[in-house]
Design a protein around this ligand. Structure first.
Ligand SMILES: Cc1cc2nc3c(=O)[nH]c(=O)nc-3n(C[C@H](O)[C@H](O)[C@H](O)COP(=O)(O)O)c2cc1C
Length: 315
């Protein structure tokens, strides 16, 4: 099972606010191999369920599917993992890389890289809770800041504690998303651990995908922002790795993908929510498009699905 999740597989990264069911399905249709839920709060699951539970819903077509949990208390995380198992995911991932203030101030996300003993306890308890029924992964960063780079030790501790695979986004917490990912950290971690490693960070083109595999020898790669506005990146990466060519972006491809995205979105959420949420999703498709600024203004003013259709069909 584990090998089928990793060997040269293309993962869609969890992107809170973006990787909902519609976008995940769109990426799968375009060649993504493994999908991950948006991050799910362990506290939220135990406390109020509701909206938090909805984040764990997925369809058979989305398999193999990982549910990602975040939290800071081992016992709460273990309970949340039990709850996640009811949804029958193929993998549970623990978020130890989120740099967002409201997450790290509660000791969760990348704050756990400052408390490796607690992080280890979380992995052990979650592992016990899922009782080997599915693999467990941990996603983390290079360290808290430039002065406390600890991804190597941290990765080894995660492995020892029972993680079945790791994913590294090689930036520090204080970098947030600025600067460049340091792929050398992925190469070093790959050499140090015995379990599979997923490389992540700044893979925005098929050429970069080939380069990260070559430079780091990682087992699989995970693409986040590079899929926003160009979900066809997954198919293009596969084509490029196989034959060094891939389809260019054309107006047809752009329009058809935007319309499909809209169609999928309407299947899973009410129209009023889609009108709000699709603005930023659709704006991503216009990156590098001549006249994008004006179209963005119109997208931001659109108040019906019909208006979105009109804007897209006139591109
Ligand atoms: C808007 C946004 C939301 C994100 N949400 C999550 C999340 O829920 N869980 C997580 O582990 N990482 C999250 N990340 C980090 C990404 O999964 C990924 O590690 C990071 O963006 C680097 O990869 P990329 O350069 O391919 O985007 C988020 C990043 C962005 C930009």
């Amino acid at each position: 099972m584990l090998q089928s999740l990793v060997t040269r597989k293309l993962w869609l990264a969890p992107l809170a606010g973006f990787t909902d069911r519609a976008f995940r399905i769109l990426c799968k249709e375009n060649g993504a191999d493994v999908l991950v839920s948006e991050m799910v709060s362990a506290d939220g699951l135990i406390r109020d369920g509701g909206k938090t539970l909805m984040l764990m819903e997925f369809g058979e077509y989305e398999r193999p599917f990982a549910i990602q949990l975040f939290g800071s208390e081992p016992v709460v995380m273990a309970k949340a993992a039990e709850c996640a198992l009811d949804y029958k995911p193929d993998l549970i991932d623990i978020n130890m890389g989120c740099p967002v203030k409201k997450v790290v101030k509660r000791g969760a996300g990348s704050a756990l890289m400052k408390t490796p003993a607690k992080a280890a306890q979380i992995v052990k308890e979650v592992k016990q809770a899922i009782a080997g029924s599915i693999p467990l992964s941990v996603k983390f960063r290079s360290g808290w800041d430039q002065g406390s780079i600890n991804y190597l030790d941290f990765g080894l501790i995660m492995q020892e504690s029972g993680a079945d695979l790791l994913c590294l986004h090689p930036r520090t917490t204080s970098q947030m998303f600025s600067g460049q990912s340091n792929w050398e950290h992925i190469a070093q971690l790959q050499k140090a651990i015995d379990i599979p490693l997923i490389g992540n960070g700044d893979i925005s083109s098929p050429e970069k995908a080939a380069q990260i595999y070559e430079q780091t020898k990682c087992d699989a790669i995970m693409i986040g922002r590079g899929a926003l506005g160009q979900p066809w990146i997954f198919g293009n990466i596969k084509a490029y790795l196989q034959s060094n060519i891939y389809q260019p972006r054309t107006i047809d491809l752009l329009q058809n993908t935007m319309l499909r995205h809209l169609e999928l979105a309407l299947q899973y959420k009410p129209e009023a929510i889609i009108i709000k949420e699709m603005r930023s999703q659709l704006c991503h498709y216009l990156k590098g498009y001549v006249g994008a600024a004006q179209i963005r203004v119109r997208l931001n003013r659109a108040s019906s699905i019909q208006e979105y259709h009109d804007i897209i069909s006139k591109l």
